[in-house]
Design a protein around this ligand. Structure first.
Ligand code: ADP
Length: 216
């Protein structure tokens, strides 16, 4: 069983690369952000934290993750998009890796500067039904029909935390909490850095080469 962790600043392209990996390799896509946005529909506390760009407690996130990992589609392998978000989550996840007998745990770090990430966030729209991500300001990422999902035709929506103010907070949270994971996983020897200022297909090509060079 393969586990692929994507680490990146907000809006660096984790969701887009996850979709491409799912399509090519049939891995399950586990986005803690998507799961939490689902919970936020009925939970005001989580809703307001998401809108403020704050992290949700590790216990809540682990509860959701563990239930998700029990589902059948994870048996072949899965992509963790947005998890772990801090060193504590990474340490707890290392225990899960042992318990589940995961044969290959790889961390892909999508490196992108703050300005590029901000540009990507301003135009980002996504499908509430199948979660595919588009960008109405970047030619190659635009939906074929404006405002509609290419895959399922649903009306695309803009996330309430995708504005420049919340982006600033999310970026700070990333630098303080998530960026330390780069050292953590470098020391474990499983981190691969990818320059993510390129287009999505070029980034995907680099990720495919990395995965191709690692045995399951
Ligand atoms: P992005 O990749 O654009 O930063 P995500 O969809 O991954 O967005 O996450 C959106 C929000 O969900 C985060 O700002 C945070 O509030 C919450 N969140 C997502 N994953 C985690 C996690 N592993 N731990 C704590 N909070 C999380």
């Amino acid at each position: 069983m393969r586990s692929i962790i994507l680490i990146a600043p907000p809006a660096a392209g984790k969701g887009t690369q996850s979709d491409m990996l799912v399509e090519k390799y049939g891995f399950a896509h586990i986005s803690t952000g998507d799961m939490l946005r689902e919970v936020a529909k009925t939970d005001e506390v989580i809703k307001s934290k998401l809108e403020n760009g704050e992290l949700i407690s590790d216990d809540i996130v682990f509860d959701l993750l563990q239930k998700r990992l029990e589902q059948d589609d994870c048996k072949k392998g899965f992509i963790l998009d947005g998890f772990p978000r801090n060193v504590n989550q990474a340490k707890r996840y290392d225990q899960i890796v042992d318990e589940l007998g995961i044969s290959s745990n790889v961390v892909i770090y999508l490196d992108v500067d703050k300005e590029t990430a901000l540009k990507r966030i301003v135009g980002r729209v996504s499908c509430p039904n199948c979660h595919r991500v588009f960008n109405d300001m970047i030619d190659e990422a635009m939906p074929k029909v404006s405002g509609k999902c290419d895959d399922c035709g649903s009306e695309l929506i803009r996330r309430t935390d995708d504005n420049s103010e919340t982006f600033g907070k999310r970026y700070d949270v990333y630098i303080n909490n998530t960026a330390p994971l780069i050292d953590y996983y470098s020391e474990e020897g499983i981190l691969y850095k990818v320059d993510s200022r390129m287009g999505k297909d070029e980034i995907f090509g680099v990720i495919e080469n990395i995965l191709g060079g690692i045995n399951d």
